[in-house]
Design a protein around this ligand. Structure first.
Ligand code: E4P
Length: 218
């Protein structure tokens, strides 16, 4: 399973990249605003800065919501760098924009997916990735992981090339369960990736190994 980091914070992206396990980055307008990135020029420059840190796949979301504007904004984003994947919301004009951008060879990530029908539509439109938001479904007492299972199974039935990008991943068990189900990618905050490192028996075991080594070398 590929690991993407879900942030616009350059330090966190660098830290994940330095760990050597990072496959890409997802951002959204809220994450960009959280970092104080505003204004078209500043936003485009920030995407370029992210692209310069990672090896591939930086999802940059369009703000436009009508077909023509989404396509033109998507093309402008794609021109920043070959690593850019244009993130488009699951709305009617969004589906049309995914079809148009895909036909031109521009990679797209269909975002704000909350049911299997939306995921099917995105795949048929030719989206490179589909982003089901599992944490937000859990928040409203709906099982986000069941949706990942449904999408993985539907895409397998028809060999769709669209990759399942589990989004709104909130904790390490989400990540592990997404891997068990067979999601292609999971995107999450840095803290969820680093939580995978932790086990008290690892810490106490290492402490004892080092103490024994010290004793033996006295
Ligand atoms: C996906 O690409 C979104 O940026 C993200 O995963 C949303 O997560 P949240 O529900 O924690 O805001």
């Amino acid at each position: 399973m590929k690991f993407f980091i879900d942030t616009a914070n350059l330090n966190e992206i660098r830290e994940a990249q330095d760990l050597g396990v990072l496959d890409g980055v997802t951002t959204n307008p809220s994450l960009m605003a959280k970092e104080g990135i505003t204004g078209e020029e500043h936003i485009l420059k920030h995407y370029k800065d992210i692209c310069d840190i990672v090896d591939d796949s930086v999802s940059a979301e369009v703000i436009a919501t009508d077909f023509a504007a989404m396509v033109s904004e998507g093309k402008a984003l794609a021109e920043i760098d070959d690593k850019i994947v244009v993130k488009i919301p699951m709305i009617k004009d969004g589906v049309k924009a995914i079809t148009a951008l895909s036909a031109e060879g521009i990679r797209t990530n269909c975002t704000l997916i909350f049911n299997a029908g939306q995921a099917l539509l995105a795949a048929k439109a030719g989206a490179s990735y589909v982003s089901p938001f599992i944490g937000r479904l859990d928040d409203i007492c709906s099982d986000g992981l069941v949706l990942i299972e449904q999408i993985v199974s539907i895409y397998d039935n028809y060999a769709y090339e669209t990759e399942v990008l589990a989004a709104s991943v909130r904790h390490s068990m989400h990540l592990i369960q997404c891997a068990e189900i067979g999601a292609d990618i999971a995107t999450c905050p840095l803290s969820v990736i680093t939580a995978l490192l932790k086990h008290p028996l690892t810490d106490s075991g290492l402490e004892k190994f080092l103490a024994d080594h010290k004793k033996g070398n006295k």
